[in-house]
Design a protein around this ligand. Structure first.
Ligand code: 4AD
Ligand code: MG
Length: 461
């Protein structure tokens, strides 16, 4: 069979007679002696128009085909330069592989995203989700391409872990203990020694700590895998299961880290603009008018830079009423982040040097003793896209910070060893893959850029 992608993109190479296409019916229109079928095979955003006539032996069955039916069509390609589509396939044979009854939940009309979420197993067949998930696939490839071309080593970090990287207490437990009657120690606590791993284990919230071990061997590494957070906040930007890209670079500081982040985001934007033209044109027309121009602008201009302290001053002076108050030391909320990137800078902006109290234990302490060498990348429409930092490589400073936070040395012994055995300056960041897809497509709910989203109360499909 010939893919519809080949027909559109390499038309001149296609042998036009007696070719076969296999796909699913998008629409059927018929009159007494002939009809048209729009067929889509998933290889290309656009569909192929099939023309069929009553010379087909199964003309009646074909004319009655429902939306969604699977068919295999053989015929001749006819150029139609004066019509909407550049060519059509004049069928000599149509084999019906799988019928589709009228109760098929996807019909030829606009369905709401809410409705489509309830039938997530069917939505990749629609224009919008076909485009979203192709962009998602291309963006994943672009990320690997970006790092591999720069000789970064792809590290597969564990999904089950006994370390809490972020210390935010949002971990899902992984246990083989009986949840109703767990074994107890003498003083009545759950006895995790009896558990599969011999201690309390969880799904990872970040691959960073393991990635740091690889950075101390390969210098430049990255992870790209699923991470899990028991996020109780029910927002359009948080999922319980999401994918994160986490590069980690040795002999590098926060400046190097930001440069890498900016280069990577621009690379992915350019790759998707170049390789998903039809999909991006669709988003530009139906989902987010102007997204093409915006992304092109982002890819060709410098990102903004501002320290946390300056950002707080901007927010205090802007005169806008925020739901959450702004003061030095406050954690920036989405409304603050979006003001900074959408209304003040009007482009992606790195916020750096946050107060240590609102950031994780591993971030490098600045000279002032109050802030850490952290950076968040904020982008219009999303807020935080990336969170990263230079890591604390000085053992004594790290130990002091862990003691302040009540973290036990024995839980991080191997992480601390990295500082003892040839430790060096290093930095890294985490990019939320779903948020990147939202940014690239203009989709506004994280549930609509994940094939089967996991959020509170949602683990179906
Ligand atoms: O800022 P975060 O929590 O940083 C880390 O986990 C670091 N260990 C990363 C590193 O330095 N290697 O998360 C990183 C990014 C966020 O900026 C956001 O884009 C995304 O992960 N993210 C989420 N995306 C979807 N749903 C959630 N619940 C998310 N939580 C974080
Ligand atoms: Mg963060």
């Amino acid at each position: 069979t010939t893919s519809i992608r080949t027909l559109y993109q390499r038309t001149s190479e296609v042998q036009p007679t007696n070719l076969t296409v296999a796909g699913w019916v998008r629409t059927v229109r018929d009159s007494k002696t002939f009809g048209f079928i729009e067929v889509n095979d998933g290889t290309f955003f656009k569909s192929l128009q099939i023309v069929f006539e009553d010379t087909l032996e199964n003309f009646k069955e074909v004319a009655k085909l429902g939306v969604g039916a699977a068919i295999i069509v053989t015929g001749d390609l006819v150029m139609t330069p004066n019509q909407k589509q550049p060519f059509e396939l004049k069928a000599t044979q149509i084999v019906i592989e799988g019928e589709c009854p009228p109760e098929y939940p996807l019909q030829k009309k606009r369905h709401s995203f809410e409705y489509l979420r309830q039938i997530a197993y069917l939505r990749p067949r629609t224009n919008t989700f076909g485009a979203v998930f192709r962009v998602r696939s291309l963006a994943a490839y672009a990320i690997h391409k970006f790092f591999q071309e720069r000789s970064f080593v792809y590290a597969h970090t564990p999904l089950i872990t006994a370390s809490d990287c972020e210390g935010a207490g949002e971990m899902f437990r992984v246990t083989t203990l009986d949840p109703v009657h767990p074994p107890k120690t003498e003083n009545g606590e759950v006895d995790f020694k009896e558990d599969f791993f011999g201690k309390m284990a969880s799904l990872t919230v970040s691959g960073q700590l393991s990635a740091e071990t690889f950075a101390m061997a390969f210098r430049d590494v990255y992870t790209f895998g699923p991470t899990f957070r028991a996020e109780k906040s029910n927002t359009p930007r948080h999922a319980a299961e999401f994918w994160m890209i986490e590069p980690e670079i040795a002999f590098a500081d926060l400046e190097d880290d930001m440069r890498l982040a900016e280069d990577m985001v621009k690379f992915v934007i350019n790759y998707v603009l170049e390789n998903a033209k039809e999909e991006m044109a669709f988003f530009n027309q139906f989902v987010d008018k102007g997204i093409l121009e915006r992304l092109q602008g982002v890819a060709s201009a410098d990102f903004g830079r501002v320290t946390y302290t300056e950002a707080v001053q901007i927010l205090e002076k802007c005169g806008k009423k925020f739901e959450y108050p702004v003061y030095w030391g406050c954690d920036l909320q989405t409304e603050h982040e979006r003001y900074l990137t959408e209304e003040h800078f009007k482009k992606p902006v790195f916020v750096t040097n946050y107060p240590k109290e609102i950031k994780a234990f591993y971030m490098r302490m600045n000279e002032d003793g109050k802030t850490v060498a952290a950076m968040d990348l904020l982008v219009p429409g999303i807020g935080e896209l990336i969170g990263g930092s230079q890591r604390e490589e000085r053992l004594e400073v790290l130990l002091e910070r862990m003691a302040e936070l009540g973290l036990k040395e024995e839980d991080y012994w191997w992480y601390l060893d990295l500082r003892r055995f040839g430790g060096t300056r290093h930095a890294g960041f985490g990019l939320g893959f779903e948020r990147l897809i939202m940014y690239l497509t203009g989709m506004t709910n994280i549930r609509d850029v994940i094939p089967f989203p996991r959020t509170t109360g949602q683990a179906e499909f």
